[in-house]
Design a protein around this ligand. Structure first.
Ligand SMILES: [Zn+2]
Length: 380
């Protein structure tokens, strides 16, 4: 009798356990809360991530990663005090490995940086680097902190370590730091040492627009106009998308010395090097307009529109100049021509799936056979 009872109890217990196990699997409970937390972070669901990491930390108070992530989540949520408390508590734990210590100090550095305590952030980043000299993420934060405090020497030496640890040269970043370092020197009146740094930057990165501008500005501040011009004039050929940054500067110095024809020649050179870019046509037309030479300005814009027919900024200036020059017939002709082009653009049907364009509407794209995929581009 007692044997039967024991057997029955055991059977029921087993059934209950199995039932719970099945239930937990169904509801997803009992999964790894740490993994759930990481998944919530990927979804940027910070509240859920905080709940998961908290559960993971409560289940195992040695789970350093869970605390570390919990702190990170609080930083994301803007609760910096809590984030700092969690991370700085972790730093005094015993038995941390070098890489753990490095990661934790790095998190603390990021908390401190976000709250604006840069000096302390710098110390924390320093500790992160000391704990693991190959932690590139820590080195990068250290570099960024030096940059935001304008400590360019230190930034450069950190960049050197990053380059040697990662095995990759970072010429672009190096040239940016050099130019900022040069700017500081020039602001302190050290023109020549500053320009030497900029020349180094240009050797590393010949397409860095800021370097040409700074170089010219520095020479101009010492009344060395010819050298200033020489650097500014290089910019449109090395970095065409920043060309307009030097147009004003060049016009100013050429105007002051009355060398209008040299300005004209310069714009012509820029146009012939990059005929597909509207900025030099615009600048040259504006230059003629200011001199009162409307016909020349109109001629430049017309030749620009031949090369870049879609440029609305060229069209707009041409309309204004035709009006100013009282060329009513040309103004009307050109305006109608522009309106036609814009209307044609608005009338076209384009396929959402394959990009096919045509004047006629189809319920099914004639090119890729998608259903109801044609639309007006202007409506998309
Ligand atoms: Zn299509």
């Amino acid at each position: 009798m007692t044997d039967t009872l024991i057997l029955l109890v055991a059977l029921l217990t087993g059934l209950a356990l199995a039932w719970r196990w099945v239930k937990r699997r169904e509801t997803g409970e009992g999964g790894d809360p740490f993994v759930d937390g990481l998944e919530a972070m990927v979804r940027r669901d910070w509240r859920e991530a905080a709940r998961c990491f908290k559960r993971a930390a409560e289940a195992d108070s040695d789970n350093i990663r869970a605390y570390e992530q919990l702190g990170r989540v609080h930083r994301e949520l803007g609760d910096l005090q809590r984030a700092m408390k969690i991370h700085s508590d972790l730093t005094v734990r015993e038995g941390l490995s070098g890489t753990d210590r490095s990661r934790i100090h790095l998190e603390l550095a990021k908390d401190l940086r976000k709250i604006g305590r840069l000096r302390e952030a710098q110390d924390a980043a320093e500790k992160a680097v000391q704990a693991d000299r190959r932690n590139v993420a820590a080195l990068v934060v250290r570099l960024e902190l030096f940059e935001s405090q304008a400590q360019w020497e230190e930034a450069l030496s950190t960049l050197k370590v990053i380059e040697s640890v990662s095995g990759r040269e970072q010429n672009q970043r190096r040239s940016q730091i050099l130019v900022e370092q040069a700017r500081c020197k020039m602001d302190e009146g050290q023109g020549r040492p500053g320009r030497i740094l900029v020349k180094d930057a240009l050797k590393l990165n010949p397409t860095y627009a800021a370097a040409y501008i700074l170089m010219g500005d520095s020479y101009l501040s010492e009344d060395r106009v010819e050298e200033a011009i020489q650097y500014w004039e290089k910019l449109p050929f090395e970095c065409p998308e920043r060309a307009d940054l030097v147009f004003d500067r060049l016009e100013r110095v050429y105007f002051e010395s009355g060398r209008f024809d040299e300005m004209e020649k310069f714009y012509a050179r820029v146009i012939s090097a990059r005929p597909e870019r509207p900025d030099a046509y615009l600048a040259l037309a504006g230059f003629y307009e200011r001199k009162g030479e409307f016909q020349d300005a109109i001629r430049v814009l017309e030749s620009g529109l031949e090369k870049v027919p879609g440029s609305l900024s060229l069209a707009r200036l041409l309309i204004r100049l035709l009006a100013r020059a009282c060329q009513t017939q040309q103004l009307v002709d050109f305006s109608v021509q522009m309106a036609d082009r814009l209307m044609k653009k608005a009338r076209v049907w384009r396929c959402r799936s394959c990009g096919h364009e045509g004047d006629d509407f189809h319920f099914r794209c004639p090119s890729c056979h998608s259903w109801e995929s044609l639309e007006r581009p202007s409506e998309s």
